[in-house]
Design a protein around this ligand. Sequence first.
Ligand SMILES: Cc1cc2nc3c(=O)[nH]c(=O)nc-3n(C[C@H](O)[C@H](O)[C@H](O)COP(=O)(O)OP(=O)(O)OC[C@H]3O[C@@H](n4cnc5c(N)ncnc54)[C@H](O)[C@@H]3O)c2cc1C
Length: 402
Amino acid sequence: MGGTRRVIVVGAGPIGLEAAAAAVAAGHAVTVLERGDVADHVRQWGHVQLFTAFGMNSGPAGRALLEAAGVLLPADGEHLSGATWRERYLLPLAAALRDQVRLETGATVRHVSRPHLLKSDAVGETSRRAADGFRVFFDQHHGEHVLDADAVLDCSGTWGTPNWLGPGGAPALGERALRSAICYHPPDVLFAEFDRYGGRHVCLVGNGDSAATTVLALAQLAETVAGTRVTWVTRTGGGRPVAARPDDPLPGRRSVVALANAVATAGGDVVRWIRDAQIVEITKDAKGFALRLETRDGEWVEQADEVIANIGYEPDDSLYRALQVHECYASRAPMKLSAALSAASGKGGADCLDLGGFGPDVLKNPEPDFFILGAKSYGKTSAFLLRTGYEQVRDVMGLIGG
Ligand SMILES: Cc1cc2nc3c(=O)[nH]c(=O)nc-3n(C[C@H](O)[C@H](O)[C@H](O)COP(=O)(O)OP(=O)(O)OC[C@H]3O[C@@H](n4cnc5c(N)ncnc54)[C@H](O)[C@@H]3O)c2cc1C
């Protein structure tokens, strides 16, 4: 298995770039295929401040490459915004890699398959499937392309495939037609999207860190633009919208959650919290959105000018549908990793800082030489941290050889 292998990395996000740097350092011939610009998802949430300091947001292979190129890196303790992190670390890393790997932007991977074996062929015959190699099918410049590979690392993240708003994670009635009118990410309400949200009534849905970030940004916007107000809908009940992690070791995240909970429960004019609720139907006309809410107290319709759904993401499995990937039926993460995650959370290790990379074995699939790394490796689970992804990259290098 040693020696040069043709490695294709899907996605030039932070973990894809680290994987490319590590694979090239191990002597492989590396191609990176990226759908948008380099670190395109990070670019889209560039206005958000990272909870973790730079030391945790940079990987050993990437750092080694940049240090060799004489790039001055941020201090380990610095807390950067997504945009600054991209500017000072991810873009220079991609630039340094360009001399050593083939990096294609605007290249959307659609399918990874075996060239001569169907998904149902050679079940359990690992060496036969491995010997067949991979065929990676992608779109670029309005054309279809194919590349061969010996190993494929799927680092394409989950940001591009948000969950649905409706009951049980399925679409609410009317939601599919309004997919592009609803914002499924934490928007930049204070700058780029100031005009869209300023002075508006916003219905925010979700009970995680992103919803907490968004409610604080909207509350800040309300201090500048009168009339800005938020109806914050959460599926969960209890005394506060976001469950605080006991003794959260990340102070930035701890304070965002505490402040968001305080704003929601203060009873002011700007933020109104509706708990134990779900959106069953959503429509839109010239007056704005109408959301039919189902709560313990009955159903009613809430009007809003804008809807922000910060309800998490799920992996896009269309890339590897032709491969023998064993996904967990609950989290949709690769089975072994998912089992390790649930075992760790059962032992009280529910915080992402307690969850390590779990070692190389959990990265293995029934499909040899195909690995899902980074945020996508956690499936629908949101606890992924960059530090774990950098450990996965190190572990996977041992599995692909070289
Ligand atoms: C708002 C926000 C804040 C976060 N803050 C932190 C933090 O402080 N600390 C921390 O450790 N983690 C944080 N995370 C979690 C996680 O570390 C990030 O999501 C991180 O960007 C994941 O890196 P990744 O490389 O796995 O995926 P991504 O950054 O999502 O990158 C995936 C790349 O793949 C590309 N791609 C997608 N589909 C295809 C395709 N079909 N073909 C080709 N390319 C494709 C995308 O364009 C993208 O560039 C945060 C996440 C979010 C959303």
